[in-house]
Design a protein around this ligand. Structure first.
Ligand SMILES: Nc1ncnc2c1ncn2[C@@H]1O[C@H](COP(=O)(O)OP(=O)(O)O)[C@@H](O)[C@H]1O
Ligand SMILES: O=C(O)C1=C[C@@H](OP(=O)(O)O)[C@@H](O)[C@H](O)C1
Ligand SMILES: [Mg+2]
Length: 172
């Protein structure tokens, strides 16, 4: 990858896209963009409100529109977990840099998402975390340019591992 390429994180909710994305941006002294924030700026309300009132398909539409409208040049980007449902959004993001899939096993996601029932996830009502994981895992895998499992590591070690995988020096 080129030195000013964007880095785009994709993966399940609670896989660490926002946490590690923010840390990566600080380490690389790059702009950090969370596409969830882009949606909230566009709608003027928390994602959860939009989800409750308009439903998960509307949220996915808004997510696609927010991503397509943005220039991600040289940014570190945390996407929302459902962004992978838009091929157009994924193609748009890829113009700016590689898509990196944070691959976290379902057992760990179950622990991190202990608030799963009350947390807004853009999926059909009634679907459980295992259903969502089964539907999305193949999508993340076929969409990603890079895939990494950093579950066993601390957040700092995870950032180092991502930088190393991308050929960027961890000591930056
Ligand atoms: N190795 C790790 N990498 C990333 N996040 C981790 C790790 N271990 C624990 N966590 C925790 O998991 C959560 C990930 O949440 P978040 O960054 O919001 O994920 P996402 O944006 O993918 O939904 C955070 O609370 C973070 O502190
Ligand atoms: O996976 C999902 O369906 C969603 C994940 C959330 O973002 P994170 O992946 O950052 O948690 C947010 O976009 C929205 O609540 C829907
Ligand atoms: Mg996030």
């Amino acid at each position: 990858m080129n030195s000013d390429d964007a880095i785009i994180l994709i993966g399940m909710p609670a896989s660490g896209k926002s946490t590690l994305g923010r840390m990566l941006a600080a380490r690389l002294r790059r702009k950090f963009v969370d596409t969830d924030t882009l949606i909230e700026t566009a709608t003027g309300e928390p994602l959860q409100h939009t989800l409750d009132r308009e439903g998960y398909l509307k949220l996915r539409d808004l997510e696609e529109q927010a991503i397509l409208a943005e220039d991600f040049h040289s940014a570190i980007v945390a996407t929302g977990g459902s962004a992978v449902y838009s091929e157009a959004a994924m193609a748009h993001l890829r113009q700016f840099g590689p898509l990196v899939f944070l691959d976290v096993p379902l057992t760990e996601l179950n622990i991190r998402l202990s608030n799963f029932g009350s947390r807004g996830i853009a999926s059909a009502p009634g679907s459980g975390l295992a259903d969502i994981y089964a539907d999305r895992q193949p999508r993340y895998l076929r969409t990603a340019d890079y895939q990494i499992n950093v579950t066993e590591r601390s957040e700092t070690e995870a950032v180092n591992a991502i930088l190393e995988m991308l050929g960027l020096t961890p000591s930056v």
